[in-house]
Every structure is written in structure tokens, then in C-alpha cells.
Write a protein that binds this ligand. Structure first.
Ligand code: GLA
Length: 656
């Protein structure tokens, strides 16, 4: 099976989405000149080129792409060639209105934007396969081709009639009989019992709350249908070029795809990452997504898209201040990326993304953005031989699962204030601040090697996952588990006692009497100055815990907020950030897990990749970092002994 190393060949892939069809052909040689000057060695072509490649049904125009592929090859620039199926040409929707998706309210999503395709439409799938086949046949042997990029950010939903047909088929495969479906969905509630498969529909607009397991299954189904579209195209290109790796780009922490499952189907895992330059936690957001992507890839991964400057889709869109683009790119490499790419090469002059930055901004070659890109290209070339292929060391696993997210994030629950991604962020950020490098894992993955496992929140846990966690603790690992975990089974059926009994025994909880969610801004005061946010619980301990921190005051006065029984911790609230960090640092220390470096100044990140130590200063002020011994900084080609000073947004890549 080919992998990322087949495309990188000891280089860090550096480049971005290139949409030359938006520009007169005279611009292309100039693009190649600027790419070469900046050290660009890879571009992604054709992501949204379907109507250019197939202007009329079955009529192809490949001349322009032939010339581009040749031009790029002559310039020494490799091509990640995309199947253009994320944005069908207007003729497809016009000819086959059934290719257009419908939302839960029955409204059609029309062409004129992008991603207006139904994953369930047979006509869409047929036409997508045909253009993929034509591309693969034509360019499979082209020397510029280094990787295939299937579609773009799969993210569509469809509640229409063809989707309904496929949903029924998917449910038959899952449940076999209507009886089993009725049991799983709990259709005794509100007279929802199904007597004929034809009665089953996607969760469309309803008068009042919809069946939660129907919604959960629809999310599972949607992820699976999109994956079917993706693997169908993958199989076509693989047939032509078994030696060329295949990827599809994920959106970061996106709810619509079970990315654990998807990653298994890819040769290269890639992600698009756009932290807000004005977000004080932008670096931590980046670290989270990078850790998750690396874990899905089980090794080096590809940063397929980031912005060289501003995006165009937030309320207020700030550019990156000088130095930040380089810093965040090096952060991705530190956390396992062997490719640093952008959306997009040249900033558009027309279309919906003309205010979105590019590596070459409207200011052109003299612009600060391009000048910084050029500097980054040189930095990446310098470190590439030492870093590519290197593994990132992590003793801590954060558990995350899409099915649990889908089940927990529904209507009519104890508190709408609980936002799963935000809870995940709070925990990962606390670990980041404690200087601990983390992988992510699924709760049923093999956790061997992780001395500390944390579960920010897994509302739904299968029996196999519960057994896995319990066995891991029994095997000597430390587990720290957040509230609202182990509540539901795989069908979103509340477990007896509202928390799996095996987990209650693990933590020393006899009875979970009630959940007491907190209002925004409300705090649950606890012993020792700990203050809980978002949530609290009325727990009756069984007397076996070794340590507890109790609630103070209010209805829960004296009851445990935090319990530790041996190596298993349970947090029935979300402690304020400093206390969460301290608690996780303590659990890590007890588990024998050390931070990457002791005594790091605030805002400085340290990550080990292979034998390299990356130091990243996310602050705007220079800092001095104490170092063990003498290191050689690959970026500056200087030697540092015992300490090193990093400037504003400064970085060092140190070799012992
Ligand atoms: C996504 C898409 C790109 C572009 C960028 C803009 O990542 O894949 O085509 O729209 O967003 O940020």
C-alpha cells in the first residue's frame, strides 16, 4: 500500500490548492516561477474543475490540464490531482434534479455554490465515477502525479427520496428485521412502531422532537454514504495507479464523518486547519486537530489546507500577524505533518473566496504574505531531511468517538450548554498547558502503551469499549474520566443507573441520583477552592474511593465532586481551567508520565518528534527556555547550551 512517504521522498510537501483555471494562461509560467522561488514542491489541482473538464455531459476538455501538468512537471513541482466531484457542473443538476440534496425541511440545495450533490443519487454517483475514470486514465501515467485527492471536505446531507431508499437498505443491513429496528429505536415511545420498511424515512421535519436513535442512525448512515462515494472514486484511481497514494481532506473536528472509520480507507490522512489568528487559544486548537489527525493516520499526516492570511468566513476576518504563519506551520510539523499546504496558491479576484488569503495575495510578489511564505519554504527545506517520517512520542491518549458525539448532541437533553467539542477542547488544552503530548484514540482501540488515558466525555459507550477501559485500568494504567460518560449504550438507550455499572464500580460510585447541570456563569464550589463549571452530579459513593473532593454548599454539599479509586478518577463537573490542568498534571505524574520539558514559560510549546525537540513560542514577547545540555538549532544553524531565547512567535528545531 503506498503512503505519504511515496509522495514526500524525504521532503516536506509544501504548496497548496492551485486553481489556475481562474487565471489567464499567461499567468501560469509566472506562477511556476514564484512557486520555485518559494520552494513550493507540490500543488493540488482540479478540486473544483468539473465544469472546465467536462463542459457538456460526456464532452471532455483536458487540453488546459495537459499543458499545466507538463508545465508543473518541467518546474519540478509535483501534482496532487483531485477528482472534481465536490462541485458538479450546472448541467448535472439541470439534467438530473435528483442529484441535488434536500435538507430536513425538504428544501433543495441548488447549484451556484458548491457541494450541491446528494451522496445517495445514482445519477451523481454515475457521473462522478465517469469523470474520475477519465481523469485516472488520462493522468495516471503522468510523471507529475504524486497523489490523488478525492472530492473535497465531504460534508453533505440528504433527506430526499433516494436517500430514504438507501437509508432503509442500510437499516436492513444493520438490524435485519423491523422488530430489531423497533427495539433499537425504542419505537414503543410515542406510537412510532414500524410495520413496513416503506414507512421508515430519514429524520425529516417533524412537529416536535424526533426519535433520537433514528437521528443517530441517520448520522451513521450519512457518514457511511459519503464514504461509499469516496471509496468508489478511490477504487477507480487505484485500479489505474496502485502505486499512487490516495487521500481525501477532512475538516477539523467535524461532526459529519466518522473520521476513525474513514482514515482506515485512506493511504494518506489529510486535514484542513484554520484556527482564528485572533483566538487566544488558536495554537491549542491547532495542536488538538494535529494530534487527532496524526492519531488517525497512525504516523505522518498531511496538512492539506491552511490560510496564509485571513479567511473569509468568520464574522471578522483577521490576517495572520508577521511570523504566525511560520509558527503554526512548524507546529504542524512538530506534531507529525510531513506536508504543509494551503488553500490556496493565488488569491482569487472573483468568486465567493476573493477575500480569502492565498500564498500570493492581491499584493503579489512584493506582498508580506508571499515574502513570509518564501521564508517558510526555506525553513522547511532545511529541516526536512531530519524530520520527515519521524514519530511523535505521546504517553497520553484522549478518547474521542463520533458515535458518542452524535448521540449526545441532540435535542431535549439535560443541558444545551454542554457542547461536546468544547469539553474536548477544555481537556486537551489543560494537557497542552501541562506540557504533555497527547494522542487521540477511540474507546475500543488497543490502548497498550498509554499510561494515562483521559475521557473528556463519552456519553455513549459500547459494552466492548467499557470492557476495554476497565481492563486497561486493571492492567495498571491511569484513567481520568469526565462527567456524562458511559450513560448510554450503542442504541442511545440509557444504561441502568444512568452510568454503566462497571464504571461505577471502577470509580467507587454506588448510585448516580441526579444530574445538576449549571447555568452559564454558575459555579459549583468544592473543597480546596476547586470550582466546577457546566455540570454537577448527585453521587452516592460506595465507600471504596481512596480520595474525594466534595461539593461545598448548595444542594450537593458534602457529596463527592471528584473521586479517585486507585488509578481511576471520575470528575462529575468540569473544573475551571487551572484546576483541571493541575488535576491532570497530578494524574500524569502519578502515572509516571513526564512533561516534554520541565519549567516551560507560559505559552511555549515543546514537542518531541524523532530525535528532534521543537520549541514554539506562541507569545508576542521573547522568552528564554532552559534546555538540558547542548543542542543544534536546525533553523538558525546555531548551537544553544543550557538555554535558548525565542523571539516573538519564534521557533527552534533542536537536534541533540
Ligand atoms: C475549505 C475548502 C477550500 C476553501 C477553504 C476556505 O477548507 O476545502 O476549498 O473553501 O475552506 O477556508
Amino acid at each position: 500500500m503506498p503512503g505519504l512517504s511515496d509522495a514526500t521522498r524525504r521532503r516536506i510537501l509544501f504548496g497548496g490548492d492551485y486553481n489556475p483555471e481562474q487565471w489567464p494562461e499567461e499567468t501560469w509560467p509566472e506562477d511556476v516561477r514564484l512557486m520555485k522561488t518559494a520552494g513550493v514542491n507540490s500543488v493540488t489541482l482540479g478540486v473544483f474543475s468539473w465544469s472546465k473538464l467536462e463542459p457538456r455531459p460526456g464532452v471532455h476538455d483536458f487540453g488546459w490540464l495537459d499543458r499545466l501538468m507538463d508545465l508543473l512537471h518541467e518546474g519540478g513541482i509535483g501534482v496532487v490531482l483531485a477528482t472534481p466531484t465536490a462541485s458538479p457542473p450546472p448541467w448535472l443538476g439541470h439534467l438530473h434534479p435528483d442529484t441535488l440534496p434536500r435538507d430536513a425541511d425538504g428544501r433543495t440545495e441548488w447549484w451556484g455554490g458548491r457541494q450541491h450533490f446528494s451522496h445517495s443519487s445514482t445519477a451523481y454517483r454515475r457521473h462522478a465515477a465517469a469523470i474520475t475514470e477519465a481523469l485516472a486514465a488520462r493522468y495516471g501515467g503522468h510523471p507529475a502525479l504524486t497523489m490523488w485527492h478525492i472530492n473535497n471536505e465531504y460534508c453533505t446531507y440528504d433527506h430526499g427520496d433516494e436517500a430514504a431508499t438507501r437509508f432503509r437498505r442500510w437499516l436492513r443491513d444493520r438490524y435485519g428485521t423491523l422488530d430489531a429496528l423497533n427495539t433499537a429505536w425504542g419505537t414503543a415511545f410515542w406510537s412510532q412502531g414500524y410495520g413496513d420498511w416503506a414507512e421508515v424515512v430519514p429524520p425529516r421535519r417533524a412537529h416536535y422532537l424526533r426519535n433520537p436513535t433514528q437521528v443517530l442512525d441517520f448520522r451513521r448512515f450519512t457518514s457511511d454514504m459519503l464514504l461509499e462515494c469516496c471509496t468508489a472514486e478511490r477504487d477507480i484511481v487505484r485500479r489505474h495507479t496502485p502505486h499512487i497514494p490516495v487521500t481525501t481532506n477532512f475538516m477539523p473536528l467535524w461532526s459529519g464523518q466518522d473520521a476513525w472509520r474513514w482514515a482506515e480507507e485512506e493511504d494518506v490522512v489529510s486535514v484542513d486547519l484554520y484556527p482564528d489568528p485572533r483566538d487566544p487559544f488558536g495554537a491549542q486548537e491547532g495542536a488538538l486537530v494535529q494530534d487527532m489527525t496524526r492519531s488517525q493516520a497512525r504516523g505522518p499526516w498531511m496538512l492539506m489546507e491552511q490560510a496564509a492570511g485571513a479567511v473569509n468566513w468568520r464574522g471578522v476576518n483577521h490576517p495572520k500577524p508577521r511570523g504566525l504563519n511560520r509558527l503554526w506551520s512548524l507546529q504542524a510539523v512538530a506534531r507529525g505533518a510531513d506536508a504543509v499546504c494551503y488553500f490556496q496558491w493565488r488569491q482569487s479576484r472573483q468568486g465567493a473566496e476573493k477575500f480569502h488569503s492565498g500564498m500570493v495575495s492581491h499584493a503579489g510578489e512584493r506582498g508580506r504574505t508571499y515574502q513570509e511564505v518564501k521564508q517558510l519554504g526555506a525553513d522547511l527545506a532545511r529541516i526536512a531531511p531530519h524530520v520527515t517520517g519521524g514519530a511523535v512520542a505521546a504517553d497520553v491518549a484522549v478518547l474521542h468517538d463520533w458515535h458518542s458525539w452524535w448521540a449526545g448532541d441532540q435535542e431535549a437533553r439535560p443541558s444545551r450548554e454542554v457542547d461536546y467539542p468544547d469539553v474536548l477542547r477544555a481537556w486537551h488544552r489543560a494537557l497542552w498547558q501541562a506540557g504533555l503530548t497527547t494522542d487521540f484514540a477511540r474507546p475500543d482501540h488497543d490502548l497498550t502503551g498509554y499510561r494515562l488515558v483521559v475521557v473528556p466525555q463519552l456519553y455513549l459507550l459500547t459494552d466492548a469499549a467499557v470492557d476495554n477501559l476497565v481492563a486497561h485500568v486493571r492492567g495498571g494504567a491511569t484513567l481520568v474520566c469526565g462527567f456524562l460518560t458511559g450513560v448510554a449504550d450503542q442504541d442511545d438507550r440509557i444504561r441502568p443507573g444512568a452510568m454503566d455499572v462497571r464504571l461505577r464500580e471502577l470509580f467507587g460510585i454506588r448510585t448516580l441520583h441526579e444530574w445538576w447541570p449549571l447555568r452559564p456563569g454558575e459555579r459549583a464550589e468544592c473543597e480546596g477552592g476547586l470550582r466546577g463549571t457546566l455540570w454537577s452530579e448527585e453521587l452516592e459513593p460506595d465507600g471504596t474511593a481512596d480520595e474525594t473532593i466534595a461539593y461545598r454548599g448548595g444542594e450537593l454539599d458534602g457529596l463527592p465532586a471528584v473521586l479517585r479509586k486507585g488509578r481511576a478518577w471520575y470528575l462529575s463537573t468540569l473544573p475551571e481551567p487551572d484546576r483541571l490542568r493541575a488535576l491532570l498534571a497530578r494524574a500524569a505524574a502519578d502515572a509516571g508520565v513526564r512533561p516534554v520539558l520541565d519549567g516551560l514559560p507560559d505559552g511555549v510549546e515543546a514537542v518531541r518528534r524523532g530525535d528532534l525537540l521543537f520549541l514554539l513560542n506562541h507569545g508576542r514577547e521573547p522568552v528564554t527556555v532552559d534546555l538540558p545540555g547542548t543542542h543544534h538549532d536546525l533553523l538558525t544553524q546555531t548551537t544553544a547550551t543550557d538555554r535558548i531565547t525565542l523571539g516573538r512567535y519564534g521557533a527552534a528545531v533542536l537536534k541533540p
